[in-house]
Design a binder for this molecule. Structure first.
Ligand SMILES: Cc1cc2nc3c(=O)[nH]c(=O)nc-3n(C[C@H](O)[C@H](O)[C@H](O)COP(=O)(O)O)c2cc1C
Length: 480
């Protein structure tokens, strides 16, 4: 099974094809130091045997940024060394930091843009990336990832909206690539050729007049020509369409491009895989085999296996899915897919990040600061004799489901629905005993049941099933 085929990335052998992409945790303080909470968060992924752990974006420079990790001078190295040691002592998971440079933003909504930087500023950023990568190597990381995605400096250089008109000009593709090219050259100079260097870039900016996959294919090709060791694809997450709340820091994920970057429940699963497929086929056709990582609502094992089996990407990135269940890999490997706690893409984590509050998952037990430990011997919740007494009331296209409490240790309830006599899917997970489904199309049959799960994802038996078939609206009568 390809998902468990190791992959050698310039000497870094990842034991499986699952990567947890960078996810800011807001567990660091303003000092930017690695602390015990950060160590616990990432060691938990190592316990779950995730192939490649990308540690959240960390600043290569000293700019103020609230609670964000730093790797901007040598005093940060010991903390990172402790983190890498503990991860390596835990499992074969490999770990790289995502290193980031960002420009200034103010509460007034003002933000610095690329054209405001002098050539000396850019020279300094090139230096800072190299120095931070060297620190990553010294701290025992297995490689390093350059952040050239979303709203940050390198992505602003690659953007079609780059307003510079000099050697870093946004008017030409080469001008847009210039800064990243220099950064990669300096990183290589500082870490050598035998240290894996990956990059995260956008497959589509999802902005009006921004770049799309047409440019992304060429940008990725240049990244391959620069001998980068992997290319991790994201989309959107830009400041240009961010929604500014007066007095608050601009959040790069608050506009539509941000919605695409961390797509919520109303988006389709695997929505960005086609972009990875197009980019991968293109660079392969030019003779490059640089591994491609895709991410975006992949958390069903079936989907992950399909993406890899069909060769649409070499590695699957699962961000919120692994936040919800750090043991995803182990459960898939051990044939315990049924025990996976499935992310519902409610985006509570995204909101916490935006508000600079500690990021946790809504599906974890109440007040937990980390994913709960897996305790396979614990008992799944069960229904009483009533089998949950699931009831559904239907009114004006809205189905309201309610049921009785399951017994045992209950962390939440998964709501299953089969549409039009098709496959059953989890449509929602809730903590309470009621849910409202507003997404019905009248004229189709639906079947529901509910399963209670405990805090390690063990689900009990299905409740009683209920069928409904909302009647088609009589539009003719309505206008008569
Ligand atoms: C709370 C949160 C923080 C994130 N922080 C980063 C980050 O530091 N760097 C990054 O490249 N992407 C970041 N992302 C985006 C994710 O890496 C990922 O691309 C996105 O969530 C889509 O993948 P998913 O559908 O598997 O969650 C973050 C996402 C979330 C939800």
């Amino acid at each position: 099974m390809k998902i468990f085929e190791p992959l050698d990335i310039n000497g870094m052998v990842i034991p499986n094809r699952v990567l947890v992409p960078a996810m800011v945790t807001r567990l660091s303080r303003e000092d930017g130091l690695i602390n015990q909470d950060i160590i616990d968060r990432y060691v938990r992924y190592a316990k779950g045997e995730v192939g490649l752990i990308v540690v959240e974006a960390m600043a290569i420079h000293g700019a103020k940024a609230g609670p964000l990790l730093r790797i901007s001078d040598d005093s940060f190295i010991p903390g990172h060394a402790e983190l890498t040691k503990q991860i390596h002592d835990t499992s074969d998971s490999k770990v790289v930091p995502q290193i980031i440079h960002f420009m200034k933003i103010a509460r007034s909504g003002w933000r610095q843009t690329l054209d405001m930087l002098s050539n000396e500023d850019i020279g300094q950023i090139v230096e800072e990336f190299g120095d931070a990568a060297a620190r990553a190597r010294e701290a025992g990381y297995d490689g390093v990832e350059l952040h050239a995605a979303h709203a940050y400096t390198l992505a602003s250089s690659l953007s079609r909206l780059n307003a510079r008109r000099d050697e870093y000009s946004g008017r030409t593709l080469e001008g847009r690539l210039n800064m990243v090219g220099k950064v990669v050259a300096n990183v290589r100079k500082k870490v050598g050729n035998d240290f894996p260097v990956g990059i995260r870039m956008l497959a589509d900016e999802y902005l009006r007049d921004g770049y799309t996959v047409k440019d992304a294919k060429l940008i990725a090709l240049r990244m391959a020509q620069l001998s980068l060791d992997y290319i991790s694809l994201s989309v959107g997450g830009k400041f240009e369409d961010a929604v500014h709340t007066p007095g608050e820091i601009l959040h790069g994920y608050s506009g539509y491009s941000g919605e695409r970057c961390m797509p919520g429940a109303n988006h389709s699963d695997m929505l960005h895989v086609h972009l990875a497929d197009e980019i991968k086929s293109f660079i392969n056709s030019k003779g490059f085999n640089t591994p491609i990582v895709t991410a975006g609502k992949i958390s069903s094992p079936e989907h992950a296996k399909m993406v890899l089996a069909e060769g649409k990407a070499d590695i699957v990135g699962i961000a919120r899915g692994l936040l919800a269940d750090a043991d995803w890999v182990v459960k898939v490997r051990d044939g315990e897919e049924d025990r996976i706690v499935h992310c519902t893409y409610c985006n509570v984590c995204k909101e916490l990040d935006g508000a600079h509050k500690e990021v946790h998952c809504f599906l974890w037990p109440k007040h937990a600061r980390q994913a709960p430990d897996d305790l396979p011997e614990s008992d799944a919740p069960i229904w009483g004799v009533d089998k949950g007494s699931l009831e559904v009331t239907l009114k004006e296209g809205v189905a309201t489901l309610s049921w009785s409490k399951a017994s045992g240790e209950v962390s939440g309830y998964d709501i299953y629905r089969a549409d039009d006599n098709g496959e059953v899917q989890i449509i929602e997970a809730v903590k309470g005993k009621r849910v409202v489904d507003r997404s019905l199309l009248a004229g189709m049959p639906y079947r529901y049941y509910v399963r209670a799960y405990n805090n390690v994802g063990q689900a009990g038996p299905p409740s009683n099933s209920i069928h409904i078939e909302p009647a088609l609206p009589d539009y003719a009568a309505a206008i008569a």
